[in-house]
Every structure is written in C-alpha cells, then in structure tokens.
Design a protein around this ligand. Structure first.
Ligand code: ATP
Ligand code: MG
Length: 352
C-alpha cells in the first residue's frame, strides 16, 4: 500500500517588545514537525528624539534572525498584540451565518470606538450554542436561547504597519492573528472542554485570557510584565538594567535575603490580584476555572509558580510543544525557551 504524504511549512513570527520569536513547523499527515526556531532580543530606545526608524530596524532584525536560524519559509503568520485589538462577546438568538454577518456589523458599532471603515472585523461563533457534536456533550435550554459570538476588530493602520514591516523584511504575510488565539492553539487546543485562565507574562505587559471550551471568552491587558520588575529594581537600587535583571532572576529563590525580593513580590502581587479578580468574575458567570496556565518569558522567573500555588485552581507552566515532533537533541534547550515560543508555535500551527 502507498501513502502519499502531504506536507507544507509555515513560519510563525511573534514580535514582542523585548524579543522577536519565530518557529517554523511542517505539517505532515496531520502531524506537526519542528523544523527550526529562533529568538532575538530587541531594544527600542525610549527616547523618541533618537528618531530611529523602528520598522526598518525591526525588518533588519527579522532578516538576520531568518538567516541565523536557517528558516526556509517566506510565507509567514504574525501575531498582533492583544492590547491593539478590540475583543467582545456578543449574544445573538440562534440564526444563520448570513444573518449573523449583518447583525455583527450593526452591533459592532456599539462596541468598537472607531469607525467600522477603519477596522478589520472578524467574528467566530462560540461553540456553546451549536448543536452537540457528540451525544455526550449536553446543551441546556439556556445555551440554545443565545448564540455567543466572539467579535474581534483590529485597526487597519495596525495591520498595514505589520504587513509593511514583513514586506520590508522580504516576507509574504498569509495571516495575522491576535496572540491570545495563538496561545489557545499551542497550549490548550480546541478539544478541551473546561474553562482555563491563560496568563502571558511578557516584558511590558501581561495578558489574561479566559478560555472556555477551547474558545476565547475574555481578555484583560495589564501594563506590567517582567521588565517592570527589572526597571523597578534598577531604579530603587541604582543598578544597570542588566545587573537588575540578574538580581530579579534569583530574587524568589533567595527569598527575603535578596535585596530585590520585595520589589519582585510587589509586582507579582499585582498580577495575582488581577488573576483572582478575573477568576471571580468568570466564576460568577457560571464558568469554573479548572486551571491557570502561565506562559511568556516572565513566567520563567524561578519560584514564580510557587507564588501562584495558594490560588484555588491548579497552576502549571504551559508547554507549547506537546503536539509537536522535535529532534531529541534540542529538547532541553527548547524546554527552557518554551514559554517565550508559545505564541509563535500557535501561529505556525494555524496552517491548514
Ligand atoms: N529566566 C528568566 N527568569 C525571569 N525572567 C525572565 C527569564 N527569562 C526571560 N525573562 C523575562 O521575560 C521577559 C520577556 O518575555 P517575552 O519574550 O515573553 O516578552 P515579549 O513578548 O518581548 O514582551 P511583550 O509580550 O510584553 O511585548 C523579560 O522581562 C525577561 O526579563
Ligand atoms: Mg509577548
């Protein structure tokens, strides 16, 4: 018997405020294989008087990363930071997709603070109101009475900037996706029927995403992240950013003996309070959060997971590579980088 393998590669690129991450996956007979990956730190001077062309500089970094990591695919999928998108859940009575399309546009005007001509609108019916796929999945009368639809809107100026950056770097953008959606794909999957809170601790921001039945239900953006801790340590102790970063990384392990412990704990405490609040709001809506998944470079802080252990849902660090075949030689290196690569893995997995 002959099997004809169908394979194609996709490169997922996540441009963060502190680093650019890229992952190339090949899909072969419905399985993903890791072909290559790379991460490069970036630094944007806060002083806008420096007048650097951020787009041209980022395009250069992308080109270098492409060559250094030996990627071979020029067709890319890029992430859009969740704070640049408007995300809302709208409830409709059960209706056809054509009717939804019309109603979404009408309803969107109420939720999006920009003219609809200035945004790219996307929508997705959330699963709850659909007929059960299997007899074991029960749908209550309540579920049938409303059809929740996820509405996303991204300003066209944002999309144009990303497309022009990619073109300058020599790529063709096949899709752009809000980063929370990429994280769901790589860390949870659409088959998961529970309610989960994803906590992506980046450099400058932390994104909380409530995921229910594999779909995004709510997001919250906090303007604090790993670099907030580093900058506070640097300022309070008169240290360079690099030295403060080193102190941050050992602060939880050393505990109160570390001069950076208090600052680190204060920032983490703010994130924890927001986590508790979003869990309360979600559970008041009848969705019990079964698990908190930490991701993003900030979640690599040694001892951080223990700080979250006193919250009631169990806490774990997400692994975006569970569904991906990897070369055994890179597994250890990948495990260390995994929290930072979760968005780009999810982007590359989007390929059909
Ligand atoms: N081992 C580590 N221990 C503690 N913090 C770490 C570690 N490794 C990386 N970080 C922190 O992770 C952060 C960068 O994470 P990440 O690459 O996810 O951010 P980003 O995507 O560039 O930022 P953002 O999403 O906010 O734009 C930095 O603040 C860095 O200090
Ligand atoms: Mg990020």
């Amino acid at each position: 018997m002959f099997f004809f393998s169908k394979s194609s590669s996709t490169l997922g690129i996540d441009i963060g405020t502190s680093s650019i991450k890229a992952v190339q996956l090949k899909k072969e007979n419905d399985k993903f294989i890791l072909e290559s990956y790379g991460l490069v730190n970036v630094y944007y001077p806060a002083d806008s008087a420096a007048k650097i062309d951020v787009v041209a500089q980022t395009a250069n970094v992308l080109r270098t990363l492409y060559e250094r990591s030996r990627f071979s695919c020029k067709r890319i999928i890029m992430s859009l930071p969740s704070n640049l998108a408007f995300v809302s859940i709208l409830n409709f009575p059960p209706m056809s997709e054509k009717e939804i399309q019309k109603s979404v546009e009408y309803q969107a005007k109420k939720y999006i603070p920009l003219p609809l001509t200035d945004v790219n609108l996307g929508w997705q019916i959330l699963e709850e109101a659909q007929p059960p796929k299997t007899p074991s999945k029960l749908v209550t009368a309540d579920d049938l009475a409303k059809m929740p639809v996820l509405l996303t809107a991204v300003p066209k100026t944002v999309i144009n900037n990303y497309v022009s950056l990619a073109e300058q770097a020599g790529f063709e953008v096949v899709a752009l996706e809000i980063e929370s959606l990429s994280l769901i794909r790589s860390l949870i999957g659409e088959q998961d029927m529970s309610s989960i809170l994803l906590v992506d601790i980046g450099a400058k921001s932390t994104i909380l995403s409530v995921v229910h039945h594999g779909y995004l239900w709510a997001t919250r953006h906090l303007s604090i992240g790993g670099d907030t801790i580093t900058t506070s340590i640097a300022h309070s102790m008169g240290l360079s950013f690099e030295r403060a970063e080193q102190m941050k990384r050992t602060s939880f392990q050393e505990g109160p003996a570390s001069p950076a412990f208090g600052v680190t704990r204060n920032v983490i405490e703010i994130i924890k309070q927001e986590v508790q609040q979003i869990i309360r709001i979600t559970e008041n809506q009848g969705k019990k959060i079964s698990k908190i998944i930490l991701t993003g470079g900030g979640s690599k802080l040694p001892g951080l997971i223990e700080e979250f252990k006193n919250l009631s849902p169990k806490v774990e660090t997400g692994n975006p590579f569970t569904q991906i075949t990897r070369n055994p030689q890179v597994v250890d290196h990948l495990n260390d980088m995994a929290p930072q690569l979760a968005v780009s893995v999810g982007l590359a997995m989007r390929a059909k």
